[in-house]
Design a protein. Structure first.
Length: 409
């Protein structure tokens, strides 16, 4: 089927006023960037929607890419028709005949956006519907629950005919709601948390703590791979690789075996906040999910979270593991996440980690390490390397790389 147009509908319809305009402008920018490889496309904006003229590009690969653009509520492949009644009837029939799953029931809904059109919408429903019925054996009309709703939108320049509605990713255009640092481990959860944050319009920079040489080169490659996958959704992604060995060793020798994970997480947050400040990010995103492990009980989250002054965003906090895995599969991170390489935290897992750590004891333990811990944290921040990842490409090292808006895809 040769479609001429794709009709794209925008998400988050509750947004009003000036924000609405900003939403639409940013979304159109994101759509243009993501579809840049298809160079014949043209974009026409009209209120709360965009028409993409395919100009000979095939619909399917464009649709595959559109599905993953945040802010897109849904889209439809459209036939553009001349306004003569016969043309509209023929094109409607062609559309119904070419559906991949032939419907057994249908209805026609004509919208007469151009009021000078000689037939009103009720007449048009009959005129188009009867033609389709006459020429499609076994097809019946069902106005209540049709398999297919054939929509005809009559405008002054032409009629837009479509029936398929494909669900988009929803959410906000990337970057519309600011920037956050994503704590990216090699596990299943944090990449999903990152995707959710991006879907809410946050641009993310990833932060990974490694304990090289205790953790392997493969463990790092795995995180690079996960960040690269996120880059497919979020444009270029900067991944901060933090050398955590010294801090971790210091904490492991503090004599508080059962509090090691609590102490480690607090130091991670301190470092992440420093990186957030350096990179103008206003929140920290983690893959914590309530009750999943000792460090994610409410008691642990309380004691760990208190060290941070930026908002801690935990998109998965109320989700079941099965649902999280479902998302991981859908966004294409699951296979990488389940590769078996050691994470820095698994190296030091104590026999019985505290599930309800005591804030006073934790703060006292940190105070005992005093300046020494602060110094190691400073060093970890200073020793952090940044790699910039782009979907489908090798990592490039970056030293304070300048980023341009059109550099994202
Ligand atoms: P994940 O699947 O994301 O690793 P998890 O269930 O294994 O989560 P934890 O290992 O307890 O849970 O980690 C909780 C969260 O802390 C992670 O989702 C991630 O945001 C952050 N985190 C843990 N380890 C690291 C690390 N090495 N580098 C960066 N962030 C980390
Ligand atoms: Mg983990």
């Amino acid at each position: 089927m040769n479609y001429e147009l794709v009709l794209v509908r925008f998400g988050e319809i509750v947004i009003k006023g000036r924000n609405r305009n900003r939403f639409e402008t940013m979304l159109l920018t994101q759509i243009r960037l993501a579809l840049k490889p298809f160079d014949k496309l043209e974009f026409v904006r009209s209120y709360a929607r965009v028409y993409i003229r395919l100009n000979g590009e095939s619909y399917e690969p464009v649709a595959e890419r559109l599905k993953d653009i945040f802010g897109v509520l849904s889209f439809s492949p459209v036939i553009g028709s001349e306004l003569e009644l016969e043309a509209i009837r023929e094109n409607s029939l062609k559309l119904i005949r070419n559906l991949s799953v032939p419907p057994s029931t249908f209805k026609v809904s004509v919208n007469r956006g151009w009021k000078q059109y000689p037939h009103n919408s009720i007449e048009m429903n009959h005129l188009v519907g009867s033609h389709v019925l006459r020429n499609t054996p076994d097809l019946k009309v069902d106005v209540r629950r049709p398999d297919v709703e054939l929509k005809v939108d009559i405008q002054k320049d032409m009629a837009y005919i479509y029936c398929e509605v494909v669900k988009g990713a929803g959410g906000f255009p990337l970057g519309m709601n600011g920037k956050a640092m994503l704590l990216l481990s090699g596990g299943i959860d944090s990449p999903v948390a990152g995707w959710m944050a991006m879907r809410k319009g946050l641009r993310v920079e990833a932060v990974h703590f490694h304990s090289y040489p205790f953790t392997s080169e493969q463990a790092k490659d795995k995180v690079v791979e996960l960040a690269r996958r996120l880059a497919y959704y979020g444009g270029k992604i900067r991944l901060h690789l933090v050398p955590f060995t010294e801090v971790q060793t210091k904490l492991a020798n503090s004599g508080h075996d059962n509090l090691i994970i609590t102490l480690m997480r607090r130091s991670m947050l301190r470092i992440a906040e420093r990186l957030a400040e350096q990179n103008d990010a206003l929140a920290i995103v983690t893959g914590d999910s309530l009750g999943q492990v000792a460090s994610q009980t409410l008691g642990s989250m309380n004691v760990i979270g208190r060290v941070a002054s930026l908002p801690l965003l935990r998109p998965l906090v109320m989700m079941d593991k099965q649902d999280i895995i479902g998302y991981a599969e859908r966004i294409g991170t699951y296979e990488t996440s389940i590769l078996p390489y050691e994470d820095c935290c698994t190296l030091f897992v104590p026999k019985s980690p505290a599930i309800n750590p005591n804030l006073n004891i934790v703060e006292r333990a940190e105070a005992m390490m005093g300046g020494e811990l602060d110094r190691l944290i400073d060093e970890a921040v200073q020793g952090t390397e940044v790699v910039v990842l782009k979907a489908g490409e090798e990592a490039e090292a970056s030293a304070g790389e300048q980023r341009r808006e059109d550099d994202w895809f």
